[in-house]
Design a protein around this ligand. Sequence first.
Ligand code: NG6
Ligand code: CA
Length: 519
Amino acid sequence: MRILKQCILFATCVLTAAALFAAPKPNIVLIYADDLGFGDLGCYGARGVATPNVDRLAREGLRFVNGYATSSTCTPSRFSILTGRYAFRQTGTGILPGNAPLIIQPGSATLPAVLQRAGYTTAVVGKWHLGLGATNVPLDWNGEIKPGPLEVGFDHCFIFPATADRVPCVYVEDHRVLNLDPADPIRVSYQKPLSGEVAYKDVPRTALKMISNSGHQDTVINGIGRIGHMTGGRAALWKDEDLADDFIRRAVQFIEKERERPFFLFFAAHDVHVPRAPHPRFVGQSRLGLRGDQIVEFDWSVGRILETLDRLNLTDQTLVILSSDNGPVLDDGYDDEANEKLGEHRPAGPLRGGKYSIFEGGTRVPLIVRWPGQVKPGVSSALISQVDFTATFAAMVGQRLAPEDAPDSQSVGPALLGHSPVGRTSLVEYGLRREKALRAGDWKYIPPARTQDGLGPWRNVSVPPPGFLFNLVQDPGETNDLAATLPERVATMSAELAAITNPVPRRASAPPAPVKNTR
Ligand code: NG6
Ligand code: CA
Protein backbone atom coordinates (compact mmCIF):
# COMPACT_ATOMS: atom_id res chain seq x y z
CA MET A 1 0.00 0.00 0.00
CA ARG A 2 2.80 2.35 1.04
CA ILE A 3 4.70 1.56 -2.16
CA LEU A 4 1.54 2.26 -4.21
CA LYS A 5 1.10 5.63 -2.49
CA GLN A 6 4.75 6.52 -3.15
CA CYS A 7 4.34 5.55 -6.81
CA ILE A 8 1.26 7.76 -7.11
CA LEU A 9 3.11 10.62 -5.44
CA PHE A 10 6.08 10.18 -7.77
CA ALA A 11 3.83 10.01 -10.84
CA THR A 12 2.00 13.16 -9.70
CA CYS A 13 5.30 15.01 -9.30
CA VAL A 14 6.49 13.90 -12.73
CA LEU A 15 3.19 14.94 -14.36
CA THR A 16 3.18 18.30 -12.61
CA ALA A 17 6.77 18.92 -13.65
CA ALA A 18 5.89 17.92 -17.23
CA ALA A 19 2.90 20.26 -17.24
CA LEU A 20 5.04 23.12 -15.98
CA PHE A 21 7.67 22.34 -18.58
CA ALA A 22 5.06 22.25 -21.32
CA ALA A 23 3.71 25.62 -20.22
CA PRO A 24 6.66 27.90 -19.46
CA LYS A 25 5.50 30.91 -17.54
CA PRO A 26 6.90 34.01 -19.17
CA ASN A 27 7.07 37.29 -17.36
CA ILE A 28 4.39 39.50 -18.85
CA VAL A 29 4.85 43.22 -19.40
CA LEU A 30 1.75 44.97 -20.70
CA ILE A 31 2.61 48.45 -21.96
CA TYR A 32 -0.55 50.48 -22.37
CA ALA A 33 -0.41 53.91 -24.01
CA ASP A 34 -3.14 56.49 -23.57
CA ASP A 35 -4.91 57.91 -26.66
CA LEU A 36 -2.22 56.55 -29.01
CA GLY A 37 -3.70 56.07 -32.48
CA PHE A 38 -3.39 53.33 -35.07
CA GLY A 39 -1.09 55.56 -37.16
CA ASP A 40 0.95 57.13 -34.35
CA LEU A 41 3.99 54.81 -34.38
CA GLY A 42 6.77 54.52 -36.95
CA CYS A 43 6.00 50.84 -37.58
CA TYR A 44 2.38 51.80 -38.31
CA GLY A 45 3.33 54.56 -40.77
CA ALA A 46 3.73 57.67 -38.57
CA ARG A 47 5.27 60.75 -40.16
CA GLY A 48 7.06 63.55 -38.37
CA VAL A 49 7.85 61.45 -35.30
CA ALA A 50 10.34 58.60 -34.85
CA THR A 51 9.67 55.67 -32.51
CA PRO A 52 12.81 53.49 -32.76
CA ASN A 53 12.17 51.54 -29.56
CA VAL A 54 8.62 50.54 -30.42
CA ASP A 55 9.77 49.78 -33.95
CA ARG A 56 12.41 47.46 -32.51
CA LEU A 57 9.69 45.68 -30.52
CA ALA A 58 7.64 45.30 -33.71
CA ARG A 59 10.64 44.04 -35.68
CA GLU A 60 11.39 41.41 -33.06
CA GLY A 61 7.73 40.56 -32.52
CA LEU A 62 4.36 40.36 -34.16
CA ARG A 63 2.51 43.49 -35.23
CA PHE A 64 -1.26 43.25 -35.47
CA VAL A 65 -3.36 45.28 -37.86
CA ASN A 66 -6.70 44.18 -36.43
CA GLY A 67 -6.10 44.67 -32.70
CA TYR A 68 -8.83 46.44 -30.76
CA ALA A 69 -9.43 48.23 -27.49
CA THR A 70 -13.01 47.49 -26.46
CA SER A 71 -13.99 51.15 -26.29
CA SER A 72 -13.06 54.52 -27.72
CA THR A 73 -12.53 55.99 -24.24
CA CYS A 74 -10.31 55.09 -21.35
CA THR A 75 -12.29 53.77 -18.40
CA PRO A 76 -14.36 51.19 -20.29
CA SER A 77 -11.31 49.93 -22.20
CA ARG A 78 -9.31 49.55 -19.00
CA PHE A 79 -12.26 47.86 -17.32
CA SER A 80 -12.39 45.30 -20.14
CA ILE A 81 -8.67 44.65 -20.40
CA LEU A 82 -8.51 43.83 -16.69
CA THR A 83 -11.82 41.98 -16.25
CA GLY A 84 -12.42 40.19 -19.55
CA ARG A 85 -15.86 41.72 -19.61
CA TYR A 86 -17.37 44.25 -22.00
CA ALA A 87 -17.97 47.52 -20.16
CA PHE A 88 -21.47 47.98 -21.60
CA ARG A 89 -22.59 45.11 -19.35
CA GLN A 90 -22.08 47.27 -16.24
CA THR A 91 -23.49 50.76 -15.63
CA GLY A 92 -21.14 53.47 -14.37
CA THR A 93 -18.19 52.40 -16.51
CA GLY A 94 -17.96 55.62 -18.57
CA ILE A 95 -15.12 58.16 -18.17
CA LEU A 96 -14.79 58.46 -14.37
CA PRO A 97 -14.16 61.57 -12.29
CA GLY A 98 -11.06 61.52 -10.10
CA ASN A 99 -13.02 60.76 -6.93
CA ALA A 100 -15.10 57.84 -8.27
CA PRO A 101 -15.24 54.59 -6.30
CA LEU A 102 -13.63 51.41 -7.62
CA ILE A 103 -15.72 49.86 -10.40
CA ILE A 104 -14.09 46.40 -10.45
CA GLN A 105 -15.48 43.86 -8.02
CA PRO A 106 -12.81 43.03 -5.41
CA GLY A 107 -11.98 39.35 -5.40
CA SER A 108 -13.10 38.78 -8.99
CA ALA A 109 -11.02 36.81 -11.49
CA THR A 110 -9.26 39.76 -13.09
CA LEU A 111 -6.22 39.45 -15.34
CA PRO A 112 -3.79 40.26 -12.51
CA ALA A 113 -5.70 38.06 -10.02
CA VAL A 114 -5.52 35.07 -12.35
CA LEU A 115 -1.79 35.59 -12.83
CA GLN A 116 -1.34 36.02 -9.08
CA ARG A 117 -3.05 32.64 -8.63
CA ALA A 118 -0.52 31.19 -11.04
CA GLY A 119 2.34 32.43 -8.84
CA TYR A 120 3.05 35.77 -10.48
CA THR A 121 3.96 38.93 -8.59
CA THR A 122 1.83 41.66 -10.09
CA ALA A 123 2.10 45.44 -10.27
CA VAL A 124 0.40 48.35 -11.94
CA VAL A 125 2.45 51.46 -12.59
CA GLY A 126 0.88 54.52 -14.20
CA LYS A 127 -2.64 55.63 -14.94
CA TRP A 128 -5.50 53.85 -13.15
CA HIS A 129 -8.84 55.55 -13.94
CA LEU A 130 -10.95 52.70 -12.58
CA GLY A 131 -11.96 54.39 -9.33
CA LEU A 132 -10.69 54.03 -5.77
CA GLY A 133 -12.54 53.37 -2.52
CA ALA A 134 -15.90 51.86 -1.70
CA THR A 135 -19.21 52.85 -3.27
CA ASN A 136 -21.22 55.33 -1.19
CA VAL A 137 -18.32 56.05 1.18
CA PRO A 138 -16.60 59.38 0.40
CA LEU A 139 -12.91 58.67 -0.01
CA ASP A 140 -10.49 60.27 2.44
CA TRP A 141 -7.34 60.92 0.42
CA ASN A 142 -5.46 61.44 3.67
CA GLY A 143 -6.15 57.97 5.02
CA GLU A 144 -6.02 54.43 3.72
CA ILE A 145 -7.11 54.36 0.09
CA LYS A 146 -8.96 51.12 -0.54
CA PRO A 147 -10.34 49.11 -2.19
CA GLY A 148 -8.17 49.76 -5.22
CA PRO A 149 -5.61 47.90 -7.34
CA LEU A 150 -4.40 45.81 -4.40
CA GLU A 151 -7.92 44.44 -3.86
CA VAL A 152 -8.36 43.35 -7.49
CA GLY A 153 -5.19 41.34 -8.04
CA PHE A 154 -2.17 43.63 -7.89
CA ASP A 155 0.53 43.09 -5.26
CA HIS A 156 1.84 46.62 -5.75
CA CYS A 157 0.63 49.83 -7.25
CA PHE A 158 2.19 53.16 -8.11
CA ILE A 159 -0.55 55.06 -9.88
CA PHE A 160 -2.28 58.32 -10.37
CA PRO A 161 -5.97 57.94 -9.64
CA ALA A 162 -7.69 59.05 -12.86
CA THR A 163 -6.16 61.14 -15.65
CA ALA A 164 -3.46 63.80 -15.53
CA ASP A 165 -6.09 66.43 -16.31
CA ARG A 166 -8.23 65.42 -13.32
CA VAL A 167 -7.56 66.08 -9.64
CA PRO A 168 -6.13 64.88 -7.32
CA CYS A 169 -2.73 65.35 -8.98
CA VAL A 170 -0.90 62.98 -6.65
CA TYR A 171 0.55 59.48 -6.79
CA VAL A 172 -0.99 56.66 -4.81
CA GLU A 173 1.48 53.99 -3.76
CA ASP A 174 -0.24 50.86 -2.48
CA HIS A 175 -2.82 52.29 -0.05
CA ARG A 176 -1.45 55.80 0.52
CA VAL A 177 -0.83 59.10 -1.21
CA LEU A 178 2.93 59.40 -1.67
CA ASN A 179 4.73 62.25 0.13
CA LEU A 180 1.59 63.51 1.86
CA ASP A 181 2.20 65.96 4.67
CA PRO A 182 -0.49 65.35 7.31
CA ALA A 183 -0.36 69.06 8.17
CA ASP A 184 -1.56 69.89 4.66
CA PRO A 185 -4.47 67.52 4.02
CA ILE A 186 -5.94 66.95 0.58
CA ARG A 187 -9.50 67.99 -0.23
CA VAL A 188 -11.15 67.09 -3.51
CA SER A 189 -14.51 68.12 -4.96
CA TYR A 190 -16.11 67.51 -8.31
CA GLN A 191 -19.29 69.37 -7.34
CA LYS A 192 -18.33 72.82 -6.20
CA PRO A 193 -15.27 75.05 -5.88
CA LEU A 194 -13.26 74.75 -2.67
CA SER A 195 -12.25 77.69 -0.53
CA GLY A 196 -8.52 78.29 -0.86
CA GLU A 197 -8.13 76.59 -4.24
CA VAL A 198 -6.08 78.20 -7.00
CA ALA A 199 -9.01 78.85 -9.35
CA TYR A 200 -8.47 78.97 -13.11
CA LYS A 201 -10.53 82.13 -13.45
CA ASP A 202 -8.22 83.98 -11.05
CA VAL A 203 -4.90 82.99 -12.62
CA PRO A 204 -3.49 85.43 -15.20
CA ARG A 205 -3.22 83.71 -18.61
CA THR A 206 0.49 84.56 -18.70
CA ALA A 207 1.04 82.45 -15.59
CA LEU A 208 -0.42 79.36 -17.26
CA LYS A 209 1.64 76.72 -19.09
CA MET A 210 -1.27 76.21 -21.46
CA ILE A 211 -4.71 77.66 -22.05
CA SER A 212 -7.72 75.44 -21.40
CA ASN A 213 -10.13 75.87 -24.30
CA SER A 214 -12.79 73.46 -23.08
CA GLY A 215 -13.30 72.04 -19.58
CA HIS A 216 -10.08 71.98 -17.53
CA GLN A 217 -11.00 75.28 -15.88
CA ASP A 218 -11.34 74.36 -12.21
CA THR A 219 -8.19 74.21 -10.05
CA VAL A 220 -4.81 75.21 -11.49
CA ILE A 221 -1.95 72.91 -10.49
CA ASN A 222 1.60 73.25 -11.87
CA GLY A 223 0.35 76.06 -14.14
CA ILE A 224 -2.24 73.79 -15.79
CA GLY A 225 -6.03 73.99 -15.39
CA ARG A 226 -7.62 70.70 -14.32
CA ILE A 227 -11.02 69.05 -14.17
CA GLY A 228 -12.18 69.10 -10.53
CA HIS A 229 -11.28 71.09 -7.47
CA MET A 230 -8.40 70.37 -5.11
CA THR A 231 -6.65 72.00 -2.19
CA GLY A 232 -3.79 70.84 0.05
CA GLY A 233 -1.37 67.99 -0.51
CA ARG A 234 1.22 70.43 -1.86
CA ALA A 235 4.23 68.24 -1.04
CA ALA A 236 2.55 65.32 -2.80
CA LEU A 237 1.72 67.00 -6.12
CA TRP A 238 3.31 65.45 -9.18
CA LYS A 239 5.09 67.52 -11.80
CA ASP A 240 3.59 66.77 -15.21
CA GLU A 241 7.01 67.01 -16.87
CA ASP A 242 8.24 64.19 -14.59
CA LEU A 243 5.36 61.72 -14.99
CA ALA A 244 7.19 59.46 -17.46
CA ASP A 245 10.42 59.51 -15.43
CA ASP A 246 8.59 58.75 -12.18
CA PHE A 247 6.66 55.86 -13.70
CA ILE A 248 9.70 54.38 -15.43
CA ARG A 249 11.76 54.56 -12.25
CA ARG A 250 9.12 52.47 -10.44
CA ALA A 251 8.69 50.07 -13.33
CA VAL A 252 12.42 49.41 -13.58
CA GLN A 253 12.66 48.95 -9.79
CA PHE A 254 9.83 46.41 -9.91
CA ILE A 255 11.44 44.41 -12.73
CA GLU A 256 14.80 44.44 -10.95
CA LYS A 257 13.23 43.28 -7.70
CA GLU A 258 11.13 40.52 -9.25
CA ARG A 259 13.70 39.30 -11.77
CA GLU A 260 13.94 35.83 -10.17
CA ARG A 261 10.24 34.91 -10.35
CA PRO A 262 7.44 35.31 -12.84
CA PHE A 263 6.06 38.83 -12.76
CA PHE A 264 3.28 40.77 -14.43
CA LEU A 265 3.79 44.49 -14.95
CA PHE A 266 0.91 46.61 -16.20
CA PHE A 267 2.71 49.75 -17.33
CA ALA A 268 -0.03 52.27 -18.06
CA ALA A 269 1.65 55.38 -19.46
CA HIS A 270 0.21 58.88 -19.26
CA ASP A 271 1.50 59.56 -22.78
CA VAL A 272 -0.06 60.76 -25.08
CA HIS A 273 -3.07 62.05 -23.12
CA VAL A 274 -3.61 65.72 -22.26
CA PRO A 275 -2.25 67.82 -20.68
CA ARG A 276 0.74 67.48 -22.96
CA ALA A 277 3.68 68.61 -20.89
CA PRO A 278 6.52 66.22 -21.75
CA HIS A 279 9.87 66.48 -20.01
CA PRO A 280 11.88 69.40 -21.52
CA ARG A 281 14.40 66.94 -23.01
CA PHE A 282 11.66 65.68 -25.35
CA VAL A 283 10.33 69.08 -26.36
CA GLY A 284 11.03 69.71 -30.04
CA GLN A 285 12.05 66.08 -30.67
CA SER A 286 9.24 65.59 -33.20
CA ARG A 287 7.87 67.80 -35.96
CA LEU A 288 4.36 67.48 -34.51
CA GLY A 289 4.57 69.78 -31.52
CA LEU A 290 3.88 68.61 -27.98
CA ARG A 291 1.67 65.68 -28.95
CA GLY A 292 4.46 64.26 -31.11
CA ASP A 293 7.04 65.02 -28.43
CA GLN A 294 4.94 62.97 -26.06
CA ILE A 295 4.99 60.07 -28.52
CA VAL A 296 8.79 60.37 -28.35
CA GLU A 297 8.54 60.31 -24.55
CA PHE A 298 6.38 57.18 -24.73
CA ASP A 299 8.91 55.56 -27.07
CA TRP A 300 11.67 56.44 -24.61
CA SER A 301 9.70 54.69 -21.83
CA VAL A 302 9.37 51.59 -24.01
CA GLY A 303 13.12 51.73 -24.65
CA ARG A 304 13.87 51.90 -20.93
CA ILE A 305 11.73 48.81 -20.31
CA LEU A 306 13.34 46.84 -23.15
CA GLU A 307 16.81 47.91 -22.02
CA THR A 308 16.07 46.74 -18.48
CA LEU A 309 14.93 43.33 -19.72
CA ASP A 310 18.11 43.06 -21.83
CA ARG A 311 20.36 44.12 -18.96
CA LEU A 312 18.82 41.55 -16.61
CA ASN A 313 18.86 38.79 -19.23
CA LEU A 314 15.09 38.56 -19.07
CA THR A 315 14.29 39.31 -22.70
CA ASP A 316 13.85 35.69 -23.80
CA GLN A 317 11.58 34.80 -20.92
CA THR A 318 9.40 37.88 -21.10
CA LEU A 319 6.31 38.40 -23.20
CA VAL A 320 5.98 42.10 -23.94
CA ILE A 321 2.66 43.32 -25.25
CA LEU A 322 2.03 46.91 -26.27
CA SER A 323 -1.26 48.59 -27.07
CA SER A 324 -3.40 51.68 -26.45
CA ASP A 325 -6.65 52.27 -24.56
CA ASN A 326 -8.41 54.12 -27.38
CA GLY A 327 -7.76 55.99 -30.59
CA PRO A 328 -6.14 59.37 -31.09
CA VAL A 329 -7.37 62.88 -30.38
CA LEU A 330 -5.81 66.21 -31.30
CA ASP A 331 -7.55 69.09 -29.49
CA ASP A 332 -8.75 67.49 -26.26
CA GLY A 333 -9.39 70.69 -24.33
CA TYR A 334 -6.07 72.56 -24.23
CA ASP A 335 -4.43 74.86 -26.78
CA ASP A 336 -1.32 72.80 -27.47
CA GLU A 337 -1.09 73.16 -31.28
CA ALA A 338 -1.79 69.48 -31.93
CA ASN A 339 -3.82 70.44 -35.02
CA GLU A 340 -1.62 73.29 -36.16
CA LYS A 341 1.55 71.17 -36.20
CA LEU A 342 0.06 67.98 -37.61
CA GLY A 343 1.55 68.26 -41.10
CA GLU A 344 1.31 65.00 -43.07
CA HIS A 345 0.90 62.84 -39.98
CA ARG A 346 -2.31 60.79 -39.74
CA PRO A 347 -2.80 59.73 -36.11
CA ALA A 348 -5.43 57.11 -37.00
CA GLY A 349 -3.63 56.02 -40.19
CA PRO A 350 -6.17 55.17 -42.88
CA LEU A 351 -9.01 54.78 -40.35
CA ARG A 352 -11.99 57.08 -39.86
CA GLY A 353 -12.64 58.91 -36.59
CA GLY A 354 -10.64 58.62 -33.37
CA LYS A 355 -11.10 58.83 -29.62
CA TYR A 356 -14.81 58.94 -28.60
CA SER A 357 -15.99 57.59 -31.99
CA ILE A 358 -17.61 54.33 -33.09
CA PHE A 359 -15.69 54.49 -36.36
CA GLU A 360 -12.56 52.33 -36.54
CA GLY A 361 -10.15 55.06 -35.43
CA GLY A 362 -11.84 54.97 -32.00
CA THR A 363 -10.96 51.41 -31.09
CA ARG A 364 -8.56 49.88 -33.60
CA VAL A 365 -5.17 50.56 -32.06
CA PRO A 366 -1.56 49.45 -32.28
CA LEU A 367 -0.99 45.96 -30.89
CA ILE A 368 2.46 44.38 -30.78
CA VAL A 369 3.52 41.15 -29.06
CA ARG A 370 7.10 40.04 -28.57
CA TRP A 371 8.31 36.83 -26.95
CA PRO A 372 11.60 35.75 -28.50
CA GLY A 373 11.62 32.13 -29.63
CA GLN A 374 7.88 31.77 -29.08
CA VAL A 375 6.40 34.50 -31.26
CA LYS A 376 7.41 34.42 -34.90
CA PRO A 377 8.14 38.01 -35.99
CA GLY A 378 5.91 39.47 -38.68
CA VAL A 379 2.54 41.09 -39.26
CA SER A 380 -0.77 39.46 -38.38
CA SER A 381 -4.28 40.35 -39.47
CA ALA A 382 -5.91 38.11 -36.85
CA LEU A 383 -8.83 39.77 -35.09
CA ILE A 384 -7.97 40.34 -31.41
CA SER A 385 -9.74 42.32 -28.71
CA GLN A 386 -8.06 43.41 -25.49
CA VAL A 387 -10.98 41.78 -23.67
CA ASP A 388 -9.28 38.49 -24.64
CA PHE A 389 -6.16 39.03 -22.58
CA THR A 390 -7.60 37.55 -19.39
CA ALA A 391 -8.65 34.20 -20.90
CA THR A 392 -5.59 34.05 -23.15
CA PHE A 393 -3.05 34.60 -20.38
CA ALA A 394 -5.05 32.38 -17.99
CA ALA A 395 -4.75 29.53 -20.51
CA MET A 396 -1.09 30.30 -21.08
CA VAL A 397 -0.26 29.94 -17.38
CA GLY A 398 -2.54 26.95 -16.85
CA GLN A 399 -5.31 28.66 -14.86
CA ARG A 400 -8.92 27.61 -15.22
CA LEU A 401 -11.65 30.22 -15.38
CA ALA A 402 -15.14 29.57 -14.04
CA PRO A 403 -17.94 30.21 -16.55
CA GLU A 404 -18.86 33.48 -14.82
CA ASP A 405 -15.25 34.75 -14.90
CA ALA A 406 -14.15 37.04 -17.72
CA PRO A 407 -17.33 36.19 -19.65
CA ASP A 408 -16.42 38.00 -22.87
CA SER A 409 -12.81 36.89 -22.97
CA GLN A 410 -11.78 34.30 -25.55
CA SER A 411 -8.55 32.40 -25.39
CA VAL A 412 -6.77 33.45 -28.57
CA GLY A 413 -3.25 32.28 -27.65
CA PRO A 414 -2.41 30.71 -31.02
CA ALA A 415 -3.30 33.96 -32.81
CA LEU A 416 -1.60 36.19 -30.24
CA LEU A 417 1.61 34.16 -30.47
CA GLY A 418 1.43 34.08 -34.26
CA HIS A 419 0.85 30.32 -34.53
CA SER A 420 -2.50 30.89 -36.21
CA PRO A 421 -3.66 33.65 -38.58
CA VAL A 422 -7.15 33.45 -37.08
CA GLY A 423 -8.28 35.14 -33.86
CA ARG A 424 -11.87 35.92 -32.96
CA THR A 425 -14.66 35.73 -35.50
CA SER A 426 -16.28 38.92 -34.22
CA LEU A 427 -16.03 41.63 -31.57
CA VAL A 428 -18.02 44.58 -30.24
CA GLU A 429 -16.81 48.18 -30.40
CA TYR A 430 -18.19 50.77 -27.97
CA GLY A 431 -18.28 54.58 -28.28
CA LEU A 432 -18.54 57.54 -25.91
CA ARG A 433 -22.30 57.79 -26.33
CA ARG A 434 -22.76 54.10 -25.57
CA GLU A 435 -23.14 53.38 -29.26
CA LYS A 436 -22.02 49.91 -30.31
CA ALA A 437 -20.85 48.28 -33.49
CA LEU A 438 -20.03 44.75 -34.57
CA ARG A 439 -16.87 43.80 -36.41
CA ALA A 440 -17.22 40.33 -37.92
CA GLY A 441 -14.63 39.05 -40.37
CA ASP A 442 -14.04 41.75 -42.96
CA TRP A 443 -17.29 43.50 -42.11
CA LYS A 444 -18.43 46.22 -39.75
CA TYR A 445 -22.02 47.03 -38.86
CA ILE A 446 -22.99 50.18 -36.95
CA PRO A 447 -26.66 50.27 -35.88
CA PRO A 448 -28.58 53.58 -36.00
CA ALA A 449 -26.93 55.95 -33.50
CA ARG A 450 -25.22 59.26 -33.07
CA THR A 451 -21.46 59.34 -32.97
CA GLN A 452 -18.49 61.65 -33.45
CA ASP A 453 -16.18 61.90 -36.42
CA GLY A 454 -12.81 63.66 -36.57
CA LEU A 455 -10.00 64.06 -34.07
CA GLY A 456 -11.07 67.22 -32.22
CA PRO A 457 -12.64 69.40 -33.38
CA TRP A 458 -15.40 66.89 -34.07
CA ARG A 459 -18.34 66.55 -36.38
CA ASN A 460 -21.53 64.88 -35.11
CA VAL A 461 -22.68 62.05 -37.34
CA SER A 462 -26.11 60.46 -37.37
CA VAL A 463 -26.20 56.85 -38.44
CA PRO A 464 -29.65 56.50 -40.01
CA PRO A 465 -31.68 53.23 -40.15
CA PRO A 466 -30.84 50.49 -40.99
CA GLY A 467 -27.31 51.49 -39.91
CA PHE A 468 -23.98 51.55 -41.72
CA LEU A 469 -22.35 48.51 -43.25
CA PHE A 470 -18.73 48.65 -44.38
CA ASN A 471 -16.32 46.18 -45.88
CA LEU A 472 -13.20 47.11 -43.93
CA VAL A 473 -10.78 45.34 -46.22
CA GLN A 474 -11.94 47.16 -49.35
CA ASP A 475 -12.89 50.32 -47.50
CA PRO A 476 -10.78 50.84 -44.35
CA GLY A 477 -11.86 54.50 -44.18
CA GLU A 478 -15.57 53.58 -43.80
CA THR A 479 -16.79 55.81 -46.60
CA ASN A 480 -18.87 53.42 -48.70
CA ASP A 481 -22.01 52.37 -46.82
CA LEU A 482 -23.34 49.09 -48.23
CA ALA A 483 -26.33 48.66 -45.90
CA ALA A 484 -28.92 49.33 -48.61
CA THR A 485 -27.40 46.86 -51.04
CA LEU A 486 -26.77 44.02 -48.55
CA PRO A 487 -29.87 43.85 -46.29
CA GLU A 488 -29.34 40.16 -45.37
CA ARG A 489 -25.87 40.89 -44.03
CA VAL A 490 -27.26 43.82 -42.05
CA ALA A 491 -29.92 41.52 -40.57
CA THR A 492 -27.42 38.80 -39.62
CA MET A 493 -24.95 41.20 -38.07
CA SER A 494 -27.67 43.12 -36.26
CA ALA A 495 -28.94 39.84 -34.78
CA GLU A 496 -25.43 38.79 -33.75
CA LEU A 497 -24.80 42.14 -32.08
CA ALA A 498 -28.12 41.90 -30.23
CA ALA A 499 -27.31 38.34 -29.13
CA ILE A 500 -24.00 39.48 -27.65
CA THR A 501 -25.17 42.71 -26.07
CA ASN A 502 -28.56 41.69 -24.64
CA PRO A 503 -28.33 39.47 -21.58
CA VAL A 504 -31.52 37.75 -22.76
CA PRO A 505 -31.53 38.08 -26.53
CA ARG A 506 -34.88 39.22 -27.81
CA ARG A 507 -36.34 37.11 -30.54
CA ALA A 508 -36.72 38.99 -33.81
CA SER A 509 -38.40 37.33 -36.79
CA ALA A 510 -35.51 34.87 -37.02
CA PRO A 511 -33.80 33.60 -33.84
CA PRO A 512 -30.38 35.21 -33.38
CA ALA A 513 -27.32 33.08 -33.93
CA PRO A 514 -26.00 31.58 -30.68
CA VAL A 515 -22.84 33.19 -29.30
CA LYS A 516 -20.01 30.71 -29.22
CA ASN A 517 -17.85 30.59 -26.16
CA THR A 518 -14.62 29.29 -27.52
CA ARG A 519 -12.85 29.31 -24.20
C1 NG6 B 1 -13.05 64.45 -21.38
C2 NG6 B 1 -12.02 65.58 -21.33
C3 NG6 B 1 -10.78 65.12 -22.04
C4 NG6 B 1 -10.28 63.81 -21.46
C5 NG6 B 1 -11.39 62.76 -21.50
C6 NG6 B 1 -11.00 61.46 -20.87
C7 NG6 B 1 -12.95 67.88 -21.41
C8 NG6 B 1 -13.45 68.96 -22.32
N1 NG6 B 1 -12.55 66.77 -22.03
O1 NG6 B 1 -14.18 64.81 -20.68
O2 NG6 B 1 -9.80 66.11 -21.95
O3 NG6 B 1 -9.86 63.98 -20.14
O4 NG6 B 1 -12.52 63.25 -20.82
O5 NG6 B 1 -10.03 60.83 -21.60
O6 NG6 B 1 -12.93 68.04 -20.22
S1 NG6 B 1 -9.75 59.29 -21.37
O7 NG6 B 1 -8.70 58.94 -22.30
O8 NG6 B 1 -9.33 59.15 -20.00
O9 NG6 B 1 -10.99 58.59 -21.66
CA1 CA C 1 -7.46 57.22 -23.22
